[in-house]
Ligand binder design. Structure first.
Ligand code: DP6
Length: 335
């Protein structure tokens, strides 16, 4: 069939159980299962056109051609789609990020998930979220989970076919009420990207075997807490898992950390506040200095007030649970 250009939108996600380490970098198989929440306010729209009149694959983000590294990740996704569709045409990819740089959230998860969906649809493949997540995985691990909405589990698997993401059952009230406050201390690019940081950790951190065991245990405890809508339990497990991930980097050779002094001050401040007042608020941190606070809708105002008092210079963006992939025809650029 003739390829039909197509827009797809995917949202970024925040992991409650982190992916940190690959057991197979070529196939992009993670060392452990991970679990995330897809976020409503941060997303990428991507248009894919397969066309014979282009010399090779091209990708612009917000009108700018991307770096060689970013293009390589995109080409891995496009190659998977071409292989499945029996296509050889190059692709023109136009991508628009709606991830405010001020939010300090990576756009690679939403970007590569949107690319997988737009490319598959444009190639005439009508795939389930599960199949799309396998394709997105070839671009970036965290993109695997951005294909679905709400709480999403990435099954590590043992080969290409068994490493995919699926939505996870959660109490409806929890899905509706959970809030994420992104607290931004720095929007500078990090010194060690996640791909390199996790590779260094796998190769040298003496805690790595303990981490994969810990992550599987945290996930097993999180699933019933999500199903029961037990937010304090969900938050405590997520916070503990994030700190365990960051402990790995200190035990790597050479040792490193993504924390700034403000990162630690916020984690300690939140823990002390929680001990003193009955406010359910928990921290999680990705491969950078910024902190995402998890809380419930009723407590957002109190958390914002506390942040304004204790971290007056930090920028704060509030969001909630978001949906999976959405499609738009070529002529209807989404807004
Ligand atoms: C800390 O998905 O960016 O955000 O697979 O090498 O592209 P690659 O890495 P990436 O790593 C994400 C790491 C994390 C944790 C998580 O999202 O689970």
């Amino acid at each position: 069939m003739m390829p039909t250009p197509q827009w797809a939108r995917a949202h970024t996600n925040i992991a409650l159980i982190k992916y940190w380490g690959k057991k197979d970098p070529k196939l992009m198989l993670p060392a452990n299962d991970s679990l995330s929440l897809t976020l409503a306010d941060f997303y990428t729209d991507t248009l894919v056109r397969f066309r014979g009149d282009c010399p090779g694959d091209s990708l612009t983000i917000d009108g700018q051609p991307v770096s060689a590294g970013a293009l390589t990740k995109a080409v891995r996704v496009l190659d998977e789609v071409r292989r499945r569709a029996g296509l050889t045409l190059p692709a023109q990819v136009i991508s628009r990020n709606h991830v405010p740089t001020a939010a300090g959230l990576a756009s690679s998860a939403s970007g590569l998930a949107a690319l997988a969906a737009a490319a598959a649809q444009a190639a005439g493949l009508h795939l389930t979220e599960q199949e799309l997540s396998r394709i997105a995985r070839h671009g970036s691990g965290s993109a695997t989970r951005s294909v679905a909405g709400g709480f999403v589990r990435w099954y590590a698997g043992t080969d290409d076919a068994s490493s995919y993401a699926l939505p996870v059952a959660a109490a409806p009230a929890l899905l509706q009420d959970i809030r994420v406050l992104a607290v931004i201390f720095s929007d500078q690019p990090k010194a060690i990207g996640s791909t390199a940081g996790m590779a260094q950790t796998v190769a040298t951190s003496s805690y790595f075997p303990a981490w994969t065991e810990r992550a599987e245990r945290d996930l097993a405890a999180l699933l019933p807490a999500l199903a029961a809508g037990d937010f304090p339990r969900v938050g405590a497990i997520a916070e503990g898992n994030a700190l365990a991930m960051h402990a790995l980097t200190w035990a790597a050779r050479p040792p490193f950390t993504y924390f700034l002094p403000a990162t630690l001050a916020l984690v300690q401040g939140i823990q002390a506040w929680r001990a003193a007042a009955p406010v359910p608020v928990y921290a999680t941190i990705d491969a950078g200095p910024n902190v995402k606070l998890l809380t419930l809708a009723d407590h957002v105002a109190a958390v914002q007030e506390w942040l304004a008092d204790h971290f007056p210079t930090a920028r704060v963006v509030v969001t909630h649970a978001g949906p999976g992939i959405q499609y738009y025809p070529e002529r209807k650029e989404p807004r």
